[in-house]
Design a protein around this ligand. Structure first.
Ligand code: URA
Length: 262
């Protein structure tokens, strides 16, 4: 049986932990009296006013691994268009990458795309140009799209992180937790019919899992009710030629499902 909490902080912590267990994803504070979603988003982007259950529980010393819980932090703001969303969040300083980025890399493509590709984070080229997948991996992604008879204007391409991790290191869980609501709002606005996660990190973040890429590839998953397929990151294909055949199988599967939805 639970012992009686002896202070208010502990009571709040336990209540939050219980809510997290029940699947309640977020606690949002500080947006009272704001005139609209844009103002709320700007406030959120410029300060640390959104507190997730995961962060609150973790603050008390418990490890709340975001990929092993159902906790999903969210901003309260919803937007009418990708352009309005982009404008509201492009000065984000929610994590330290805001201070080291050159350009905020929001996303590129057709706002009404039916297929959305999601990668990990901008690299040096993307940070310089402000567009996802414009370096060598991006050129390979363009070739994959061309083989599917698609171009960047037919699909939408975004990343889990909107800012480059210095030295191209892996994104930190805390950075992904802060940035993820931006991607979720992009998905809500675009409403793609199919999502393709490029590589392990994108797949794990979208599916809230620690499963390996090998375990995630090959079958269908769902993100917010949208069918999701996982394939290799194009950067991995540049290094390991042998993954190309499997990637092509994944893309054929994606296109077959897409055609069946028409
Ligand atoms: N790798 C990614 O995951 N995203 C980019 O935008 C570029 C390289």
């Amino acid at each position: 049986m639970n012992s009686k909490p002896d202070n208010l902080f502990e009571m709040v912590r336990r209540a939050l932990a219980a809510q997290a267990e029940l699947g309640m994803g977020e606690i949002v504070v500080g947006a009272n009296g704001l005139s609209g979603p844009r103002e709320a988003a700007q406030l959120i982007a410029s300060s640390h006013r959104v507190i997730s259950v995961a962060a609150a529980v973790e603050a008390e010393g418990k490890q709340a691994d975001i990929f092993q819980s159902s906790v999903d932090m969210s901003t309260e703001a919803q937007f009418e268009s990708l352009a309005a969303h982009h404008e509201a969040i492009c000065n984000c300083q929610l994590c330290p990458l805001g201070a080291t980025r050159n350009k905020f890399v929001y996303g590129v493509g057709n706002p009404n795309a039916q297929i959305m590709f999601i990668g990990e984070a901008p690299g040096a080229d993307e940070d310089r140009l402000g567009e996802p997948f414009v370096g060598r991996a991006g050129q390979l992604l363009d070739k994959i799209l061309a083989a599917m008879k698609l171009s960047r204007n037919d699909v939408y391409i975004a990343n889990i992180l909107k800012c480059r991790p210095p030295g191209n290191r892996d994104p930190e869980p805390a950075e992904m937790e802060k940035c993820f609501p931006y991607l979720r709002e992009q998905v809500r606005l675009i409403q793609p019919k199919i999502i393709c996660a490029l590589g392990r990190i994108a797949a794990q973040a979208l599916l809230r899992t620690t499963a390996t890429l090998g375990a995630l590839r090959g079958g269908w998953h769902e993100y917010q009710g949208i069918p999701l397929i996982v394939t290799y990151h194009p950067a991995a294909l540049l290094r390991f030629e042998k993954y190309k055949k499997d990637t092509w199988e994944d893309m054929k599967k994606l296109m077959a499902r897409y055609e069946s939805m028409k």
